[in-house]
Design a protein around this ligand. Sequence first.
Ligand code: PHE
Length: 458
Amino acid sequence: MATDPAPARRTSLHGEWSSRFAFILAVAGSAVGLGNVWKFPYIAGENGGGAFVLFYLLCVFLIGLPIMMAEILIGRRGRRNPVATMELLGNEEAGNPHWRLIGLVGISAGILILSFYSVIAGWAAAYILKGASGAFTGLDANGVSQIFTGLAESAAVTGFWHTVFMLMTIVVVANGVERGLEKAVRVLMPSLIALLLVLLGYSMVAADFSAGVDFLFAPRFSELTRDGVLVALGHAFFTLSVGMGAVMAYGAYLPDEHSIGKTAAAIVAADTGIALLAGLVIFPIVFANGLDPAIGPGLIFQSLPLAFGQLPGGSLVATAFFLLLTFAAWTSAISLMEPGVAWLIETMRLGRTAAAWLLGGTIWLLGFLSAFSSNLLSGFTFFRGTFFDNLDYLTANIMLPLGGLAIVFFAGWIMCRNSTADEIDPQAGRGYRIWRFLARWVAPVAVVLVFLNVIGLF
Ligand code: PHE
């Protein structure tokens, strides 16, 4: 462990966020996405609800939050892309540049995640038009399910919307206007929350709200499998965008004077609140209509339209909802691509446009494995299922937790106390000491235990 690191007050190569709020918006834009509205309900449904949700919440606050703080502090201290930052700090703190590997694994995770993320985002985009055309009006569960299978089983339509979504993402990243999105997030994120609240009203009044609440919050520990525990842990990483360097890349632009703890806590609270809200909207609809909560990745597409079909002005609500969801997915997608693009620019000496099209084109091609997983390649299954299932499992449940473990290990054990205290709280007050305890002991030990548990070692 280094005891005498170089005095670190670097400035970012690309300027800084205009305010702490701008940074919160950018990271919240990355964190809030399909993970909250699409993935959380479907995996909670597959894993029996209550106990899974409880374990997920513990993972978010005891593991995800300290790791998010670690990523922000490392990013701000290095002020470069995640690979260069890890190399720099690895050298500075431990005389070992190989810590850059964390950055490279993170970039690969971002590429793999975006390849399937874009397919689901494409479905959300397709539903904007379906909603607008009034396709959901008056449908029963059967009709709604037919609309979804019609979409998922069509390779051409799913591939088309995946292409549209990737183009949208590449164009923004190529133009380097991510930070312009700050303004859009400022308006659209509260709109998404407002719309979820409207739908919550529907679920409370017109659906089986108590069954939904019971499913989500009454812990039935017998229903939580070893695998479910790993899925909950993995989702804590996925939903907070930690473990792959996305937050680290954004942290590089955070001005020195802002509190990392308060910032991270605000983002984690918002992200968790939105996921729970989505669950409280969806499960009452699921139970009121006799749907199977364990139906899988199609859950929101087969449940929410039932509400849209019955609400007055439902077509408008549906259009707005899927528009906002697509937008939330878009800001996440941008953050999935940004570390890779920044790295290509800085190491391969490519221009931003070339880097974005090169990386985006690769991800687009890779995405067809997932786009075809519900149609042409649906019979082709191995290990966890289709290509889509495997990519989702490998990235969220293995790559992100391992990346997060390495990051928090670096911040807790390799970086010297002065360096981390300097970023979090130079007085090393109680908040800092709690963080350091979580980062050194709780988070790493918990991640290792969950892995040992899933392979049956304890
Ligand atoms: N957090 C995003 C979501 O919940 C997905 C994501 C994962 C984004 C990892 C960036 C990095 O949708």
